[in-house]
Design a binder for this molecule. Structure first.
Ligand SMILES: NC(=O)c1ccc[n+]([C@@H]2O[C@H](COP(=O)([O-])OP(=O)(O)OC[C@H]3O[C@@H](n4cnc5c(N)ncnc54)[C@H](OP(=O)(O)O)[C@@H]3O)[C@@H](O)[C@H]2O)c1
Length: 367
């Protein structure tokens, strides 16, 4: 058994190195290139685009063609968008292995951003669920723009009436991640002791509130300056990681949602109950193998421990967005908003996100 897992580990590392090397070699052909020409009749909109991988300097604020909805699509005028670490992973094409999906030499798709909220401006002729004037939120590539088109059956739902556009735009990636980590991977149950490592960030602030809505006893881990905020969103206990290491606290948990990945799997195991679950959400940074090592180690260790180590790859789902909308409408989840930037300031917003100390969500305001 041990040998089999060692071989699997070796093969995975070899494949990852080989594919990443190829991606890097091909990436040297990157060409940022000029903006494509548009005719005088083209209707334009403002948007953030990138034509090569790199730092926030590759992001350009440009006039591009305004999209037209297909028969099954909705055209949304974006009022607010929000930033996620995913955006800068796309911008940098990092870890390199992701370039097999996003484009080897340069990004296949120049558009940026995913989370948005806005008003339906037009609908395709087959659209049944939405009408002009509806206030909506959702997730769709190209959200850092004045307009975005979304197929009606994809991640698009009505905005709760008690939420602003900025609050609704905070939700899609971060709150879906928190929900799927707690419910699908963590199998959360009422009364369980749940620890959220990285409780003050985008995912963490939603995870604390969603875990409370499931009836769990929640411990949030954050730095000194965020202790009061994490308590204010419902955490029963808060551990200041600058003062205390949760893996040596002597407490035990049924479920740990790890948004940071700064403690080893074995250190986490030490504070998990015998049938406890660790959900790996965020982890090591790096262009090469760094981000893969934690999931690989979890795979190797799993057969030898009672606890479960599971990796989350969140999926943007319409039904989960609707559940999150209901939680907000019921007053059980209120987004925490950190800083606001204008659309033209997306490079600064991404720089701030890359520092890794956002306090809740970073908003791009288009109004
Ligand atoms: N697996 C998936 O499907 C999935 C989906 C979405 C996101 N993610 C990943 O999940 C991670 C979190 O995403 P996010 O949107 O929440 O990021 P974020 O908004 O940038 O939040 C980062 C948070 O981490 C906290 N932090 C930094 N060092 C810490 C430490 N040593 N201990 C505890 N907290 C610490 C920071 O708080 P302080 O300022 O207090 O240090 C900050 O609030 C990212 O790595 C992201 O890529 C994964």
């Amino acid at each position: 058994m041990k040998l089999r897992y060692k071989i699997t580990n070796g093969i995975l590392i070899f494949v990852a190195v080989a594919l990443s090397s190829l991606a890097l070699v091909l990436s040297h052909n990157s060409d940022c290139g000029p903006a494509p020409a548009v005719s005088d009749e083209t209707v334009l909109m403002k948007a953030i685009v990138y034509r090569c991988y790199g730092s926030p300097d590759v992001l350009k604020f440009e006039d591009i063609e305004k999209p037209t909805p297909a028969d099954d699509e909705v055209l949304v005028k974006v009022h607010a968008a929000s930033v996620n670490p995913l955006d800068w992973h796309y911008m940098r094409g990092s870890p390199y292995i992701m370039r097999f999906g996003t484009g080897l030499g340069a990004p296949n798709d120049a558009s940026m951003g995913v989370d948005f909220a806005g008003t339906v401006e037009a609908v395709g002729e087959n659209v049944k669920q939405f009408k002009r004037g509806d206030e909506v939120f959702g997730g769709r590539g190209g959200a850092f723009a004045e307009y975005v088109t979304v197929p009606e059956d994809r991640a698009l739902v009505l905005k709760p009436s008690n939420m602003t556009f900025e609050q609704a735009a905070s939700v899609p990636i971060a709150a879906i991640t928190a929900l799927q980590a707690l419910r699908d991977k963590g199998k959360i149950e009422p009364g369980q002791k749940v620890l959220i490592n990285g409780a003050s960030g985008g995912v963490g602030t939603f995870a604390v509130q969603i875990a409370k809505s499931f009836g769990a006893e929640v411990t949030g881990v954050c730095s000194t300056r965020n202790v009061e905020m994490v308590r204010s969103i419902g955490a029963d206990h808060v551990i200041d990681y600058k003062q205390e290491d949760y893996t040596t606290s002597g407490q035990r948990y049924d479920l740990i949602i790890d948004n940071v990945g700064n403690h080893s799997l074995l250190a986490n195991k030490r504070v998990l109950n015998s049938n406890g679950i660790l959900v790996i959400v965020g982890g090591s940074k790096g262009n090469w193998l760094g981000p893969l090592m934690r999931p690989i180690n979890a795979l190797i260790l799993s057969p030898f421990v009672d606890q479960e180590f599971v990796l989350l790859l969140a999926k943007m789902r319409k039904d989960d967005l609707a559940i999150l909308g209901d939680l907000m409408q019921a007053g059980k989840m209120t987004p925490v908003i950190d800083r606001r930037y204008h659309l033209s300031e997306v490079p600064e917003a991404i720089r701030y996100s890359e520092e890794g100390h956002a306090r809740g969500k970073i908003i791009i305001a288009l109004e």
